[in-house]
Design a protein around this ligand. Structure first.
Ligand code: IVH
Length: 694
């Protein structure tokens, strides 16, 4: 072999090409087929020669060079990447009956009697990634993040050898491949063993190890950890050249992406059940963790008809394996007070290993649940965990109960503030009546306000919020945005501040200028916020992320929403598909509280809430219109029609009023059609409706 110093540029380019190809081939043999053909030293020799040549001819470094796999450190945090198509999650089911229900709902939506084919894929317990290719070259990669915005992990993904850096052959110009990054059980055990020997903290399970390894600012560390991937879906593509999920997997394989060998096309409920049983049996012996099976409608034309709910597709579901159980003892029962004053009993357990995770707490849900199961301090209990949910107590073993045990008495006063805790009729929870004078509620409310789906202020962790609350620095969410100003004043008038017993943040133990600056930056970055996040952040009872989005879509601006709520326009709320009377009452009541309005005023003086711009088609003739469907439709199902109208910017209401723009009348329509005629509202036949929307 020629000395590197003697190579001509042409020879060097040639050799770099040869080495890249050889190492890619060897990576596939090693990482995907488990059938290595180069020895470690042969492999290292290629790597070394590649580095030497690149050092002499940096202009010749190839996009698929193995040297990209080594990683490098970035200085500050991860950059953000906005997903062109959101990365959704899946609905969960836990039994064959529920799988059957899901299939029925798919058939109903499609108005067909035949069962469509489903691709059944083991659900890998790792974390999802998106990898973007332009003209066949890997250009960027992201984590899922909140589904809309993820973290830029391009450098980290490059270190994963199973991920092609260049896709050979014919590929769409833009191709975003999504899948799961995971750590094999063997690599996980080896890593933990090494860490234990070095007296470092070990990981609780392969999933945590994979997450900790992938989200490293220094991708050299990622490169040292052994991560693997399976590809299973796509994001943005310039041309979708596959017609089914099965067809997509064939393309993935041809392009060099690892796909799970256990993916299986199922044509009947029986196939699905057999497959489930088989995977349950071999689950423990698989080289990686799986926590269930994902079923996807195979035909993509059907997937497109089915479309999406707020956060999950209608065409796929996750069938989770049954929960893992263990025996342990209850050491104490504590009562937690939440943001809305709900008292939640929690069991402190003798720590126990449940399916690879150490569990030391379990939720006891509420008063009735404790009574029903007669759960007592000192009891030996069966606990279980399923997926990410908080562990639960399944049952008590009465034969192991100590002789002196007494029934648990649920407190009637708040353990945090001493106020009465009352239980409304037909409510399961007992609530503290202390409102925001109860520290627990006030603190939980601030914690909710800064949480990931709300203002997402990472610098304000639970511990800090608690400390700041007790020291009077943060009494409510509005105080967050005046913190910097107040701190500045303290800094400038140190003596007055000291008289007052207050110190500026920089002088706190363990804090310095840098951490204070970082905190203010994190806060100031959030002075503009989207409408759905803002509504969610308010912490209105029953209003989660999905409802917040629904409200944002329907009202468009915060002022419009708040004006209606102050005027107690409950009827308008209930007219929104997805909002029931009890939720509407909670929302309106929230805006009747002086204290809440006060905080909102103070907030709005400091921040900007963006109007909601829907990505639905606003040029359509029914955009902004309120439509009602009634009777039986012939060409599509009711759900399909509703989803279609919504995607064209229309609001779909359940009943006809003078605010209704169109009533679409199917066969055998009843009172709604009559009501439309009475109010003089436009009615359309199904045919006319389809013509209108084109
Ligand atoms: S498909 C819209 N397929 O499960 C479809 N997800 O609960 C989105 N996952 O965030 C995902 N294996 O992290 C899909 N074969 C598979 C999967 C899978 C694991 C994870 C993924 C996703 C979560 C959904």
């Amino acid at each position: 072999m020629k000395n590197v110093n003697e190579l001509t540029p042409e020879e060097a380019a040639d050799e770099l090409r040869r080495i890249a190809a050889e190492m890619a081939k060897s990576d596939i043999a090693y990482y995907q087929n488990d059938d290595p053909y180069l020895t470690d030293s042969q492999y290292d020799e290629l790597k070394r020669r590649n580095e030497e040549i690149e050092k002499r001819f940096p202009g010749l470094i190839r996009p698929d060079s193995p040297s990209h796999r080594v990683g490098a450190a970035v200085k500050s945090g991860f950059a953000k990447i906005t997903h062109r198509f959101p990365m959704l999650s899946l609905g969960d089911v836990f039994s064959m009956e529920e799988v059957d229900d899901f299939i029925m709902s798919v058939k109903r939506f499609l108005n067909t009697a035949d069962m469509p084919a489903f691709m059944a894929e083991p659900k890998i317990d790792g974390l999802s990634f998106a990898a973007r290719y332009e003209k066949g070259r890997f250009v960027s990669g992201a984590t899922r993040g909140d589904g809309t915005v993820g973290e830029d992990i391009t450098a980290n993904l490059k270190t994963i050898r199973q991920l092609p850096l260049v896709i050979p052959g014919n590929v769409p110009d833009i191709l975003e491949i999504r899948g799961e990054v995971y750590m094999s059980k063997a690599d996980f055990f080896a890593l933990n063993e090494k860490y234990a020997a070095e007296n470092k903290k070990t990981f609780a399970n392969p999933r945590n190890a994979a997450a900790g390894s992938l989200r490293q600012l220094d991708s050299k560390i990622t490169a040292e950890r052994k991560l693997s991937i399976f590809a299973y879906t796509w994001g943005e593509v310039s041309e979708r050249v596959w017609k089914s999920q099965a067809d997509f997997f064939e393309h993935l394989k041809a392009w060099g992406f690892p796909t799970n060998p256990l993916n299986k096309l199922c044509l009947s409920l029986n196939d699905i059940e057999e497959n489930f049983k088989r995977l349950m049996e071999i689950r423990a012996s698989l080289p990686y963790d799986i926590d269930g099976i994902v079923y996807k409608v195979n035909d993509i034309a059907l997937q497109e008809r089915l479309g999406f709910l707020t956060r999950t597709p209608r065409w796929a579901i996750a069938h989770k394996f049954p929960a893992e159980q263990a025996l342990t003892k209850i050491n104490a029962i504590r009562i937690q007070v939440g943001r809305t004053g709900a008292l939640t009993p929690v069991a402190d357990l003798e720590p126990v290993n449940v399916g690879g995770v150490i569990v030391s707490h379990a939720t006891l849900h509420n008063e009735d649940e404790i009574k029903r199961k007669d759960i007592r301090v000192g009891d030996t209990v069966v606990i279980q965990r399923a997926g990410d949910v908080i562990p639960q107590v399944v049952k008590v073993l009465p034969e192991k109960r100590p002789a002196d045990s007494t029934e648990f008495e649920f407190p009637h006063v708040c353990p945090q503030c001493g106020a009465h805790a009352i239980r409304e009729e037909d409510e399961a929870v007992r609530r503290c009546t202390g409102g925001l004078s109860c520290p627990a509620q006030a603190i939980e409310r601030i914690i909710h306000f800064v949480s990931r789906d709300a203002f997402d202020i990472a610098g304000l962790g639970n511990k800090i919020v608690e400390e700041f609350y007790h020291e009077g620095i943060l009494k409510n969410p509005a105080d967050i945005f005046t913190l910097e100003k107040r701190n500045q004043a303290l800094r400038e008038d140190l003596f007055a501040a000291l008289d007052d017993g207050k110190i500026h943040l920089e002088a706190r133990e363990g804090w310095g200028k840098k951490s204070v600056d970082n905190l203010f930056k994190a806060i100031n970055d959030k002075r503009r916020i989207s409408l759905p996040r803002f509504i969610y952040a308010l912490g209105i009872r029953q209003v989660g992320t999905a409802t917040s989005l629904l409200l944002a879509k329907n009202y468009g601006s915060f002022n419009r929403f708040m004006d209606d709520m102050k005027n107690k326009e409950t009827a308008k709320l209930v007219a929104i598909d997805g909002i029931g009377p009890s939720m509407a009452t909670d929302i309106v009541e929230f805006f009747q509280e002086r204290h809440n309005l006060n905080i909102i005023d103070k907030l709005l003086a400091e921040i900007t809430v963006e109007d909601y711009i829907d990505d639905t088609d606003y040029d359509s003739p029914i955009a902004g219109k309120t439509v009602v469907f009634t009777g039986t439709l012939q060409r599509m199902t009711r759900s399909e029609a509703k989803a279609k109208a919504q995607s064209l910017g229309a609001k779909v209401a359940g009943s006809v009023s003078k605010n209704t723009d169109y009533v679409i009348v199917g066969a055998d329509a009843g009172s709604k059609a009559a009501k439309a005629a009475e109010l003089g509202v436009n009615t359309l036949s199904e045919e006319e409706f389809l013509n209108l929307i084109g």
